[in-house]
Design a protein around this ligand. Structure first.
Ligand code: ADP
Ligand code: MG
Length: 292
């Protein structure tokens, strides 16, 4: 493309909240045939809210929530913020955690009031050898509503579960519809549970779902799609997403997300509005038509 046409498109993009960092991104966008989107913070607001606290007979719901909030005070994960804020709203004060430990893609562990507490997904419970059978049905029905479930173990025994809901951004549905209408496929990539991911994907008519993906596997999945012949754009907001954003033909970061994500991406959607992807494709087509 000529420098002039690139400048014009870049300027128009910026006016509508689509920051195009390099000419390559502008050239490739029109050729994209699949957009891979991270779930939390990209399709959804990334501001989950506490929904249910279910406790085993040996504990009160408040005790479970207090352990959870005490643990999560040390975590920067959006799920942690939901739990801490939810406990606070209920007037439950967290206590001091002792040696906070975070297990990437799984959850958190610590010692609180002389009890060993673990909080996270089924994978973490497997690692900790906790039997979750007693809460399996309840967790499945919450997941079928699109909620994220975390189990809590106290001294090696299942103590309860906590669920949160992260609302889908109001603009997401229209954004995906525009991509579908122009023949672009949409895939979802998430570290969250399969049932939860399927529930969210179902609401949005997403074509392909990759759930329970560990952070380091995200860029591998992009590579795999590329080897299948796809021209891939990846949209994400998290530190976890940065390698996948860099691997994709075009990386698209949310301006509402982590700085590293933006540094790894060719395009940034200032307000995290995914309608910017279709907009960017229009600009790409206009620029390329200008030179052809
Ligand atoms: P995503 O790709 O959806 O942002 P992550 O890889 O960050 O997901 O996390 C995957 C899963 O690991 C979460 O859905 C949750 O079950 C569990 N998890 C991660 N961090 C925490 C935490 N701080 N507290 C509880 N659970 C967590
Ligand atoms: Mg995310």
């Amino acid at each position: 493309a000529t420098p002039m046409s690139i400048m014009v498109s870049t300027g128009r993009g910026a006016q509508s909240g689509v920051l195009i960092k390099n000419a390559e991104a502008l050239e490739v966008m029109e050729k994209i045939d699949i957009v891979v989107v991270d779930k939390t913070g990209t399709l959804t607001e990334g501001k989950p809210r506490l929904m249910e606290t279910v406790s085993d007979k040996n504990f009160s719901a408040d005790a479970i929530l207090r352990y959870a909030a005490s643990l999560e005070k040390g975590s920067e994960h959006p799920l942690a913020a939901a739990i801490v804020a939810g406990a606070e709203e209920k007037g439950i004060a967290p206590t001091q955690a002792e040696n906070f430990e975070s297990v990437t893609g799984q959850g958190v562990r610590d010692r609180i009031d002389n009890h060993l507490i673990a909080l996270g997904n089924s994978r973490l419970m497997e690692t900790e050898k906790i039997d979750i059978t007693a809460l399996r049905q309840q967790s499945e029905s919450l997941r079928q509503q699109g909620q994220t479930v975390m189990f809590i173990a106290v001294d090696g025994q299942l103590g309860g579960l906590i669920s949160v809901a992260d609302p889908i951004k109001p603009s997401t549905s229209e954004a995906l519809k525009a991509l579908h209408e122009s023949g672009v496929k949409v895939a979802m990539l998430t570290g969250d549970n399969q049932t939860t991911a399927d529930a969210v994907a179902g609401k949005l008519g997403i074509d392909r779902v990759e759930a329970e993906v560990l952070p380091e596997q995200k860029s591998e999945l992009i590579k795999q799609l590329q080897s299948e012949g796809y021209i891939v754009a990846m949209a994400g907001d998290g530190i976890n997403d940065a390698p996948a954003l860099a691997q994709a033909h075009v990386g698209i970061a949310m301006g509402t997300g982590a700085d590293v994500a933006m540094e790894s991406a060719g395009v940034t959607l200032v307000k995290g509005d995914l309608r910017g992807i279709a907009r960017c494709r229009q600009l790409s087509r206009a620029t390329m038509n200008n030179i052809r």
